[in-house]
Write a protein that binds this ligand. Sequence first.
Ligand code: HEM
Length: 434
Amino acid sequence: KPLTGQESFVEATWKFIRNPVEGFGPLTYRQPIVTAKTMGQTLHIISDPVGMTDVLVRHADKFTKTAIDARILGPATKEGLLSVHGEQWKRQRKSVAPMFRKRHMADLAPLMTEAIAGFTERLGHRPNLDLSTAMAELTFDVLAKALLGDPKGLDRERLKVATRAVVTGAGTLRPDDLLPWPRWVPRPMTPNGSRALRRLKRAADDLIAERTVHPTDDLVGLLIDADNLSQRERRDNLIGFFIAGHETTALTLTWALYLLGRDRPTLERVRAEVLEICGLKSVEYEQLDQLIFTRAVIDETMRLYPPAPILNREPQEPVEILGRTLRPGDAVLLNNYVMHRTERLWTDPLLFDPDRFLRDPLLSKKGAPYMPFGAGPRICVGAAFAIMESMMVLATLARDFDIIVADDVYPRPLMTVTLRPEGGVPARLERVVQ
Ligand code: HEM
């Protein structure tokens, strides 16, 4: 239940810690910016496109990602693009961005098709599944193939176990990290998490060492060839791509399949579109631009369930945002989840209505109240990859499978850095005979 505004401060804070996207409920839905003081520190929650754009674009150079981000991501990818700042970030972004250009994306499509085909073949034997686990496995496979190709001697299982453990299990990903605890309070990883992280670092080091000997043109080959990156930066970026790229996309697909499972006519519209454009063959990269409704389903899914629901920033100097002065030491939470769901900015915000993206083309333009990939210079570097993968998977699964979700399955979106369905999404995927 959202907060009514009548709760005591302790109740409100507790709720916020348990699930930050629900916390400070109605107020954040009603006001573009809410300022609160907790434990002596000032916290600004922004859920408005003007405020978000001011922070992420107009005054981007006056904000850094926070100690909170460093604590969550730091142990795994301290020297990677996700975590670094200033000149180091600029240099890395310049080296890494070309890897995700359109031209490379087109080359990756066949690898994605292969991973998707492997997945649907395996599905034949186990139509009952938890969508979130199944999608995490699939997006891991896709990413591993795209990033690494299929090098000889690659211990994929070892890499997968270590990555999944770091992403899902590690104590690094605790929601209470969002509260502005004093900086000296340590947030150690669980022993299990840190063991997994050590393994992941070793696996990434081995992979890069092996590739230096046998260069290839998959994404890791490009990473190794990239100018100006140290050995450590290469490793932390490789790990960063796995961490940033696999669960976020998996969650987009999980929520999309869940929504389609609940909405038969929309599933059938996606199916009809895919059959018309792609027939029964595998979905090709060149066809993606024509799958307009499928894309709208992905957009609408990320509106209701943004995989990165809250972004964090910290001002480096006093900055005026939405009439308030944000000061160094304040915590700034950019709440995508609330911005995407507030009646201030949307009609029938809780309705799953992909057509809204077709009716209003401005929704996918700059400044719209829709920023699942962030905005400005630090906008997601892997967005094109994520959209392409989500579309290829969703198009294939919606065409080839009925998605059956039991009526009493209503997973609550729970923020643990990413936005996961609490308890997973039990479902059946039944192959349709075309
Ligand atoms: C940054 C979301 C997929 C790599 C970001 C940011 C968001 C985001 C919101 C900005 C964070 C901030 O400003 O604080 C998503 C979503 C995805 C997705 C919703 C899937 C649906 C991917 C993929 C990759 C990736 C597939 C790579 C393979 C990165 C990296 C950054 C980033 C490296 C840091 C960029 C920088 O700071 O310059 N992502 N992401 N992401 N993402 Fe993604």
